[in-house]
Every structure is written in structure tokens, then in C-alpha cells.
Design a protein. Sequence first.
Length: 646
Amino acid sequence: MPGNAPPTWHLPAATPALVLLTAFAGCNTVADWSEHTDTAALARVSSAQEAAFGRTEAFTIERPSETFRRRLMQNQNLPHAARASMSMADLAPIDHWPEDERLAGRGAPDPFLGRLMEAHEADASMELTLVDALQIAARSSRDYQSQKEDVFRAALALDLEQHDFHTQWASSLTGDLSSTTSSEPVRSRTTSIRGTPDLSFTRRLQNGVTMTGAIGIDLIRLLTPPRTSSKGVFADGSISIPLMRGAGRHIVAEPMIQAERNALYAVLDFERFKRTFAVQVASEYLSVLQQTDRVRNAEQNYRSLIVSVRQLRAENEAGRRPGIEVDQAVQNELQARDSWVSAIQGYQRALDGFRVTLGLPPDAALDLERAELERLGESVRKTLGIEEGDAQAMIAARTVSVPFDAPIDLPPPGQGQAGPLEVSQEEAVGFALENRLDLFVSEGGIYDAQRDVTITADALGADVTLFGSGSFGARRTSPSSALEADSTNLRSSDAAYGTMLTVDLPIERDDESHVYREAWIGLERAVRAYQELEDRVKSEVRDRLRVLLEAREGQRIEAAAVFLANRRVASAQMNLLAGRAQTRDLLEAQEDLVSAQNDLTAALVAYRIAELELQRDMGLLLVGPDGLWTEFDPDQDPEGTDEPRS
């Protein structure tokens, strides 16, 4: 560069076209932006899963192209009030609808639901197994979908916060039309069109520094003679540096840090929900089956009483039985019918509620597999070592003649073989404190509250900020610009620089001091909330063990009660025929038999539900994305569980 001539940056002749191309390059369609957002959010979900469990699993909030609910509504011609009752795919797009294809559902077809739908089409009286119910719930339950959407929304919020620290580009094109009329010395009119394309960026660093820059081109085309044109190039930039208050990553990046933790909490909350929801589905499933057993017992009792009434009426007509005993039997028959009708309605009511829990219409023709209860009974009896002769032995032991004044020795609760999950209270509490995901989230809330104290304390300091700016080139705003030499160059002689320091002394900080004190209160509340949750976790686990013990004792007691009630019914029938018993003896024995049968089923279901609830409350019941669980094996080291990482 000869002499002291100012430096010049030469821009290519195609610069205006390049700037315009950059300005329009980011113009994506609505579908493009939607896909971009989904991809970014799912990536954040995977990162949160990796941070929480050291692994990732399939996750999506997209509906499959066909849902089980919609197929049921169609195949069974179920009544509905609007298109939305079927699915989103049946909604009619409104005017100016942005994404027609999204309504149809973008999720891949579900092989499981495909097989289930085919089975339903082949057999209208399809019965759901417990495994089927768990998988349907994970796909159709509205609560389950809402929980997944909460995770997705937390991921969206995180992506938005992280975007604040990316280089953000913007481009624009402005134009104007101007006209000037002059009467001296000769009347004339000058008309011009000006276009200004520019490209700018903003970059915010996590230490608080903010940098901005822009480059633009002024284009002037004159519509009056001599129809000359010119181009003016300009560029500018600025920087802002906080020196005291608001400086440092722990202050500036706090929203992003909190968003990262919120995404982690959402993943942990969803995992906790999956376990709780799986236990809820299993509990309702078994409760419905328990209702079917009550219907069966009520029906058997009703039939037995009908036979008894017939026999007693025949004896009364033969003069061997007083009429009052016939009336007693008829009264019990009517009560049995009432109980039978009530049991049927209770079963149907429970089944409707269970269908709704699964996210299916309550009037769908779906039933539960009754054999599941029989398999459960065999499994529990095998687990607890209950043999067929145990009930008879228990009754026999209580019929041995013993002097009335002999010492009474009460065996403590929990006699007999314990189930594999009936660990000690100390061990169960230890598992829960190590693996409960809600405890981890609550503990994280304490750390969040501590950071809040730190941030609000920073707001009490002085605000010192250093600003700097610079610009190059100049805009060409008049027709005379056409006479200037090479307006496509950026010359340092056209540069302007500036700097500024602002200081806001902490003289008035009443608002900030109140916020700071509130942060301390928030920290104290977070600690108390964690303590309360920890105590509640301990109480829940200890209570689940008590329920297990009670249900195990109930299994043996009610099995003996059923054995004894059956023997009483048989004995009463024989004595009644022989004239050595009254009708009331038979009626009472039959009532006690029904009650004992219901109590036995209730103890069986209670034990199984308590097993699942204990595993859930210890944080050891794992549930996959398909809704199926993996139960805890006490003989194995629980290190394989999804204990969250700190």
C-alpha cells in the first residue's frame, strides 16, 4: 500500500446478490421448521436420559397413523358426538391451516397395535391379558401422553435457552420510493428508488459479553436522466461487557442451567410416572378380576339358595318343615339376588373405569382374561409355600382339646414362609433412599434454591458495563453518489469508533434485597420439602411391608376359613336333611362361605398389588417405553437399576 493511503477492502461485484441470497436462504416452510424443532427437542430428551440413567430409550410424542381407540370406534360403530371423538386424523382443517399432513399422524405404524387390531377383528369378544393392558395404556392413555408431552416441552424450553448463546443471524431488505419537484431555475422532477439489503449477527457469550455486527449495501437507482446508479457499502459492530453485576457464567447462563435441570427433572418425573402408572394399571386390572370373582361367588350362592328354597318348600308341603323356615330361606334368596345384581353392576362399573384408564371408550366391547386371576393365585401360593393341606392342618390344630386354663401362647404376626420381597424394613428403606427418583428431584430443588440465593445476591452489587462500537463505510443517499469513486469499497478513512463505561452504584437496592430475602425463604422451604418427602418415603415403604405381611397372613387365614365354611355348608345340608339342624344354620353357613371366598380373593390381590407397590416405592420396578415392567430380584445386586446420576 503506497504511502499513508488508508486501507481498502474490495468487495466483489456480486456482493448485492450474495447478500440477497443470504437474506432469503433461511426462508423455510412451516413443516420444515416443525421438523427442525422436533429434531432439536428429541436430541435434548436423549441428552437428559443419558445424564439421568447413562442410557437412552425410544421416545416420541407423535401419534401412529392408526390408533387402537379409532379402530374400536369404527369396528364397533360406537356412538360419538364429534370428529374429535375418533382421533385428530378425523378433524377437518380450518381455513389457512398450516400443516395438513400433520393431522393424519406422523408416527410409524405400531406392530403391537396392528396385531391387537387384527385379533379384535377376528374375535369380537377379545379378552385383554395384563401384558396387553400395560402396552395399550402406554400407547392410548391420555395421562401417559400428557406426561410425555411435559418432557418434550421441557426439552423445547431447554433448546430455546441454549439458542440464546448461539450466533443468531438476521437479514432484511428495505426499500423506499422518493420523488422531488423543483421549479428553479427550471421546473424538474427527480424520482429515485433505494434498496438496502443487510446481514447482521448477534452473539452472546456465557460470561455476559454480547457482540453484534452488520454489513449492508445501499442501492440507488435514479429513474430520471441520466439514469445513473451507485452502490454504498457500510459495516458496523458493537460489544457490551458487564464487569460487576450480571457478569460470570453462573449468572448469565443461569436460565440455561435451570432449563437443563428442568429437562432432567422432567425425564426423572416421567420415569417415576411410568412406574406409578404401571402399578395403577395392574391394580385396576386385578381389582376388576376380583369383581368377577365376587360375581361368580354371588351367583353360586344365589343358585344354592334357590335349590335350598325348593327343598324346604317340598318338605313344608310334606309337613316336615315349618313355614317360617321356608320364609327365612326365601328372604335369603332375595338378598342373594340383590347381592348378585350388585356384584354384576360393580364389575361393569369397574370395567368401564378401567377402559377409561387405558384411554379407550367405556362402551368398547373389551373384557379381561379371567384366567389371569387363577394364574396369580397359583403364583402367590407357590411363592408363599401354601399347600393344599395347610388349611385343613390349621383347622385341625384348633380343634385339639386343650384345658381352658392352659397358658395362651399367641404366635407373632408373620408366621410361615415369607415372600422374596419381604425384606427387612432397614433394607427396604435403604433401597428407597438410593433409588427413589422423586427424592433425587427434590434434592435437586435444594441446589436450585441455593443458586437462586447466589443470583439474587449478585443483583445487590454495582452495575458496571463497558460498551464499544465501530463502523466502516457510508450510505449513499443521493443522486450525486453516482459521481463518487468506487463506492463498493470499505475504507478505514470512513471508520468511526466509540467506547462508553456506565456505572450504576448500589445506592437503591430495596427491591433486590426483598428478592434476596425471598430466595433464602425458598431455600428453607426446599429443605423442609425434601425432609418431608424423605419421611413420607420411609413411611410408605414400611407400610408396604406391613401390607405384605397382613396379606400373607390373610391368605392362610382365609384359605382356612373357606375350607371351614365349605365343611359347615356340607354338614348343615346333611343335618338339615336328617332333621338335626334348622334352616338358619344352612343359610348362615352359606353366607359365611361367600364372605370367606371374597376375602380370600381380596387377600390374594392385595398381596400381589403390595408386591408391585413396594417395588415402586423402593424405586426398583423398571418400566420400559412399551409399558412392560422388569421386577426386582432380591437375589441379584440392585446395581442394575436406573439409579439417577448426580
